[in-house]
Design a protein around this ligand. Structure first.
Ligand SMILES: [Zn+2]
Ligand SMILES: [Zn+2]
Length: 347
């Protein structure tokens, strides 16, 4: 029995295959290549980054981006196994970062190591979104108005907040052109949007939170590549009465509980009964339960409570509704009816 040993034809060291040994193959292989220079294109206004023709938001720092770009500049042959990269960065100037990348790998069973230097050149370019915003581009307007009265501060605030939430959610989902180009307050609130689908979503969100309804009014604004372009106005009409409004109608105090499309459901603050408020009935708005304040009960006697008026500190006698349980020393929530100089117990 004889053992046939094979040798590398180049260096004479043992080689299983009888072909070139690992070391000699490594010597003949250019296993790593690096592009000496890469571009990092970012928007100076919003820090979005461009890759090819595609802009995207980058939640990472410039340092992380430089690292990523530098690594993309490196090419390894497929035989290089288990590569490990170490990147060190040097900010040479505001628009130049020098990356030194050291790469370790196993090639033909032999550990190898090499270093490359990549220059990251930073270039600022206004992104698609910022150029649309600065150019005043828009596709739709959400007009928020209230029926027969000005918008309340709270309604403006809720509508603005919902709009921003929709914008944030859509952009996080990658719809980067779903931006609010401006919000203006005139007779109501106008939310000017960069994309129509977004206007619809905002209108739906606002009516969902504040009641009322919206109508859609498209208007032809031009043509692009044979396609008709529309600007759409979403006209949001908030109900005359808001949830929580306390009204006086025919001598009764009523709290608005539901502002549906057709009917208004109210809670009779005197009896505790829920009823439908007939449309077109006259009424007077006293306030909203959100603004109710605590008042102390001084005494109770035969269904009447002496309540200390939190405005004047005078004691006022109020017939207590049966749905409110009180005793001397406890508190109730009240609203001032300035017009009738009375206090209204709301809870
Ligand atoms: Zn060899
Ligand atoms: Zn931008």
């Amino acid at each position: 029995m004889s053992i046939r040993e094979s040798f590398c034809p180049q260096c004479g060291e043992p080689s299983d295959s009888g072909d070139l040994c690992g070391k000699c193959r490594v010597g003949r292989t250019r296993w790593m290549e690096a592009a000496p220079r890469v571009e990092g294109i970012t928007c100076p206004a919003c820090e979005s980054r461009r890759t090819g023709a595609v802009w995207q938001d980058t939640p990472v720092s410039r340092e992380e981006l430089a690292r990523e770009l530098a690594l993309q500049a490196i090419r390894l042959v497929p035989e290089a196994r288990n590569p490990e990269f170490r990147v060190s960065l040097w900010e040479r100037s505001p628009n130049r970062t020098i990356a030194t990348i050291s790469v370790k790998a196993i090639l033909f069973g032999v550990p190898v190591e090499e270093e490359a230097r990549v220059e990251v050149v930073w270039r600022g370019e206004t992104c698609d979104r910022c150029s649309r915003i600065s150019g005043g581009y828009f596709e739709g307007v959400v007009q928020v108005r209230a029926d027969g009265r000005p918008l309340s501060a709270r309604e403006r605030e809720v509508a603005a907040r919902i709009s921003s939430e929709v914008e944030e959610r859509l952009q996080e989902g990658g719809a980067r052109l779903s931006f609010i180009s401006r919000m203006t307050e005139d007779e109501g609130l106008d939310i000017v949007v960069g994309e129509n689908a977004m206007g619809e979503e905002i209108a739906r969100g606002i009516t969902g939170a504040l009641g009322g309804r919206y109508t859609v009014h498209p208007k032809l604004s031009g043509e692009k590549a044979g396609k008709r372009l529309y600007r759409i106005t979403y006209s949001v009409r908030l109900p005359r009465l808001q949830k929580g409004d306390v009204i006086e109608a025919d001598g009764k105090y009523l709290e608005v509980r539901e502002t549906g499309k057709r009917q208004l459901k109210v809670f009779h603050l005197g009896t505790g009964a829920m009823t439908v408020f007939p449309p077109d009935s006259p009424y007077r708005v006293v306030g909203n339960v959100r603004d109710a304040v605590q008042a102390l009960i001084a005494y109770t006697e035969a269904g009447v409570a002496g309540i200390i008026d939190p405005g004047s500190f005078a004691t006022k006698e109020v017939r207590m509704p049966r749905w409110v349980k009180v005793e001397a020393g406890s508190h109730v929530l009240v609203l001032q009816d300035q017009f009738a100089d009375r206090i209204v117990v709301v809870g």
